[in-house]
Every structure is written in structure tokens, then in C-alpha cells.
Write a protein that binds this ligand. Structure first.
Ligand SMILES: Cc1cc2nc3c(=O)[nH]c(=O)nc-3n(C[C@H](O)[C@H](O)[C@H](O)COP(=O)(O)OP(=O)(O)OC[C@H]3O[C@@H](n4cnc5c(N)ncnc54)[C@H](O)[C@@H]3O)c2cc1C
Length: 452
């Protein structure tokens, strides 16, 4: 493929940074990723990504796109112990007070693997490309610009190699900020005389308490995942995911500061109190393989870079730095993967006005994931009654859809396609689905269809 410029720099080598670097590798002679951390051996945790110790599900669409970017990676991950699960046959989804239809093939697959191993394999594949370099232990401090500050021309960083630290600069034709939720881009832009992007925060006060257990074949009758969503009036949740090495990762928690205690007895009691009992049934007798580990996540956070009146050339923001979603929906890595595809499409048309074109396309990706997570969060944090009439209607409709999905395989699959970012949320409103929702609810009420 013909390269459009010489040097691109990506700041941050987590999933967002790795995926954007993959997209750039086809268009820039050299892509250099600068990462603050010392990168660990495969499968080990690291400081700059504290969330990697907690349950991480890779949505079906995310796996598909990562496979497209790194052909063969699914098989490589399976060879390292990742498990593949059909989303209806080997998993259980408890939502709005009942389980989705089970024990039937959906042909939607999920790859179950620990976050550190997934990231390590993506990094390995990225590094196998001839024009990629990752410099670890390298903390980016700020941006270099042209004198009129209309164009970014590089970065300033401190590097800490083993033989001493130094501060330096590196020039580039494109700089991408993939530094996550705490990205400094709004501050850096303001210092350069640009307005800050409009910021949206939707408070959720999510807590996670996570522990690893040994997985035995009889657990969950051999199923590989149970996801228990908040269900009126009980807003607690939990997930148990199989991982490589015969392990379970279990995360349980609540909204608005409600959190599982960090002691054995309290943790088990909390697990018993979430809307369904299956996680508790497994962990009450399972062998713990880790300590209890907490995490707090305050809010869905979105920066509207697509709405800025002016923005410097040759600079992009990516992944969680654009939008960080409530993690219980497992969307972050998949959104980063989809943004990577969007960027490839933009680069196919060259580098002119890249920032405006990319932010517009990234906003379309983010809009969908944001509508799924935030609409549901508003139902929970505002206790069902509040929210705009549209949000109230959507949440009412979803509760009816979940009722129908308990007995209707087609509705269950349609829901999983949307929650896995394989289909638009609007697909759930199509008469093909909405009539089945009506039908399913009438049947649950015992009203025969012939009576209407
Ligand atoms: C508790 C929790 C659970 C989650 N669960 C899921 C899940 O189940 N499924 C899912 O898809 N997503 C999940 N996510 C989201 C997912 O982790 C992120 O979307 C994903 O890591 C992509 O984020 P990112 O690469 O943009 O940013 P981050 O992962 O935050 O990475 C930022 C990187 O930038 C580096 N960095 C920061 N500042 C600098 C600097 N100045 N110079 C150099 N390097 C720097 C950091 O060290 C880090 O490597 C979860 C998030 C949390 C918090």
C-alpha cells in the first residue's frame, strides 16, 4: 500500500494505542508508539492499565475486527488457552429479572481470555510489522507545534532507559493521543489557544470487586460465562468469565457507591445478594487464586472533539481518550477496534483534513455504544421514573423485549447482536422484532394470540 507520510507517533500502548498503530502502519513509513510503562511479560498486569486485573469481555464485533486487523489472532489466542463460547449455547444472560433464551446455537461467538494476554498478543502481532516500534518507559509531556499553533509537529517526552533519564523531542507527520480516560488533550489544546472539547459526564458511581478462582468442569454445568445485569429493584450486578488456565474471573458490584466488601464473608454475602444466584453458587466452594481487588469508576465520560470549531492539523485523539464507557457493558476495546477501521477508511482518502473526518466517523461509532450504555444507566441511576420521555419509552420497550427474549430465540439473538455492537439498536424496533416482542409478552401474560 502506498504510504501517505513518513512518521506517525501514537501516545499510549494499551488496546487503543495498539489498534490505532495497526491502522496507521499501512499509511505511514514508520509508526512509533510511546508508552509510559515498562511493558510486562505476556499475561502479566501493568501499572498504566489498572483495569486489566478486572473482568474484561471482548464483544463479538471487537473480536471480528481484531481478527480482520491481525488475521489468525483468534487461533493464536486459542492456542494460548482462550476459550470460544457460543453466546446462547454456552453462556447465560440474566437481565430484567430473567434469563435470555438458552441452549441453542446463536452463531455469535465470544472469545474468553484475560485482558493482559489479549493485549500481549495484539502487541506481539503489531511488533511483527516491519515499520512499528514501541518505546516503553517513555512519558509524553506535551505537543510540539508550528509557530502559529495550527499544526502539531511532534511531542516532547521524558525517557527513562536503564542507563539514565533524559528529556527529548520527536517530530512526526501525525500524533495520536491514546492515553485513555485521563488524557491531557483538553488541557494541551487549551494551552495552545483552542477551546476545550465539550465534555459529557453521566454519573454512575460503579464499583468493582474482583477475584480469580480455579474453574472446575462441573461449574455452571460446563457453561463459560454468566452475566447478571441489574434488575429492578436490585441494581447490583456480577459477571463470571472463564479464562485461560482453568480460571474464572469474577467481578461483582453496584451503582452509586454500593460496593462489595473486601473481605471473604462480606464478598460472598454480596454475591448472594445480586439478582441471580449462579455466581454465588460457584464461588462459595471454589478455590480462590487471588486477593479481592476493588476498582471505582465514577462516570461515563465523553469528549466531543467532532464538535470543536477549530482543531490543530496532524493530531487525533483515540479510544478511551474520546469516550470512556461504564465498563459493565464491555464496550471499550470494541469501540477502539471500530475507530481503527474508521481511521483506515479516512486514511484511504488521504491525510487532508483528517482530524475533522476522523472525529466525525468516530462519533458515529461512539454514538451507538453511548446510547446503549447511557440509556440503560439513566434507568438505573435515576430509578426508572426519570429521564426524557424517549429514554423512558426505550427502557420500557427493552424491558418488554427482555421478557420476550426469555422464550424467543430470534429476539434473544437480536438483543445479543446489538449489545455486541454487531447490529444497530434500531434493528430492535423493526417489525420483525417488535411484533415478536408483543407476541412474547402476550404469551407470558397468558393471553392467546387468537384473542387479539
Ligand atoms: C474496570 C474496567 C473494566 C473494563 N472492562 C472492559 C470490558 O469488559 N471490555 C472492554 O472492551 N473494555 C473494558 N474496559 C475498557 C477498556 O479497558 C479500554 O477501553 C481499553 O483499554 C482501551 O483504552 P485505551 O487504550 O484508549 O486507554 P487505556 O487502556 O487507559 O490506556 C492508556 C495507555 O496510555 C499510557 N499513557 C498514559 N499517559 C501517557 C503518557 N503521558 N505518555 C505515554 N503513555 C501514557 C498508559 O500507560 C496506558 O498504557 C474496562 C475498563 C475498566 C476501567
Amino acid at each position: 500500500m502506498k504510504k501517505i507520510a513518513q512518521q506517525a507517533i501514537v501516545i499510549g500502548a494499551s488496546m487503543g494505542g495498539l489498534l490505532v498503530a495497526r491502522a496507521l502502519a499501512d499509511y505511514y513509513q514508520q509508526v512509533t508508539v510511546l508508552e509510559r510503562d515498562i511493558l510486562p511479560n505476556p499475561g502479566k498486569n501493568r501499572q498504566g492499565v489498572p483495569q486489566d486485573r478486572h473482568a474484561h469481555g471482548l464483544l463479538s464485533r471487537g473480536r471480528e475486527v481484531i481478527e480482520q486487523l491481525f488475521p489468525g489472532i483468534t487461533q493464536e489466542l486459542k492456542a494460548q488457552g482462550a476459550l470460544s463460547a457460543d453466546l446462547l449455547q454456552q453462556t447465560r444472560w440474566f437481565t430484567n429479572g430473567g434469563y435470555l433464551y438458552q441452549k441453542s446455537q446463536s452463531n455469535l461467538n465470544m472469545l474468553l481470555i484475560s485482558r493482559p494476554l489479549l493485549e500481549a498478543q495484539v502487541r506481539k502481532r503489531l511488533l511483527s510489522l516491519p515499520n512499528i516500534k514501541i518505546i516503553e518507559n517513555c512519558h509524553v509531556l506535551g505537543l510540539l507545534t508550528t509557530p502559529d499553533q495550527t499544526r502539531i509537529v511532534g511531542v516532547r517526552f521524558t525517557h527513562h532507559p536503564s542507563d539514565g533519564s533524559f528529556e527529548s523531542t520527536q517530530n512526526a507527520d501525525l500524533v495520536v493521543d491514546a492515553t485513555g480516560r485521563r488524557s491531557q488533550s483538553p488541557v494541551w489544546l487549551e494551552k495552545l489557544g483552542y477551546e476545550k472539547p465539550q465534555e459529557e459526564q453521566v454519573h454512575v458511581g460503579i464499583s468493582y470487586m474482583t477475584r480469580i478462582y480455579r474453574r472446575q468442569p462441573e461449574h455452571l454445568q460446563g457453561d463459560l460465562l454468566t452475566n447478571i445485569s441489574p434488575s429492578l429493584p436490585n441494581w447490583r450486578y456480577g459477571v463470571i468469565l472463564a479464562q485461560e488456565g482453568d480460571r474464572w474471573i469474577v467481578t461483582i458490584g453496584g451503582y452509586l457507591g454500593d460496593r462489595a466488601p473486601r473481605d471473604e464473608k462480606g464478598f460472598l454475602e454480596f454475591a448472594k445478594s445480586i439478582p441471580a444466584q449462579e455466581i454465588y453458587e460457584v464461588i462459595k466452594d471454589a478455590e480462590p487464586l487471588s486477593e479481592l481487588l476493588p476498582y471505582k469508576f465514577p462516570s461515563n465520560q465523553r469528549h466531543h472533539y467532532e464538535g470543536m470549531a477549530s482543531f490543530p492539523e496532524n493530531y487525533l485523539v483515540f479510544g478511551d481518550a474520546i469516550c470512556s464507557f461504564n465498563p459493565i457493558y464491555g464496550q471499550g476495546m470494541t469501540v477502539a477496534a471500530l475507530e481503527s477501521l474508521a481511521l483506515q477508511n479516512c486514511l484511504n482518502l488521504g491525510s487532508q483534513n483528517l482530524q475533522a473526518r476522523f472525529f466525525k466517523e468516530a462519533a458515529k461509532v461512539v454514538d451507538i455504544a453511548w446510547s446503549i450504555s447511557v440509556n440503560n444507566d439513566l434507568r438505573i441511576t435515576q430509578m426508572a421514573g426519570a429521564g426524557s420521555p424517549m429514554v423512558r419509552f426505550l427502557n420500557w420497550y427493552m424491558s418488554k423485549l427482555h421478557v420476550a427474549a426469555r422464550t424467543d430465540r430470534v429476539v434473544a439473538i437480536a438483543f445479543l447482536q446489538v449489545s455486541n455492537l454487531m447490529a444497530s439498536p434500531y434493528s430492535l424496533m423493526h417489525p420483525r422484532i417488535s411484533l415478536r416482542v408483543l407476541w412474547g409478552n402476550l404469551l407470558q401474560l397468558g393471553i392467546p394470540i387468537s384473542d387479539i
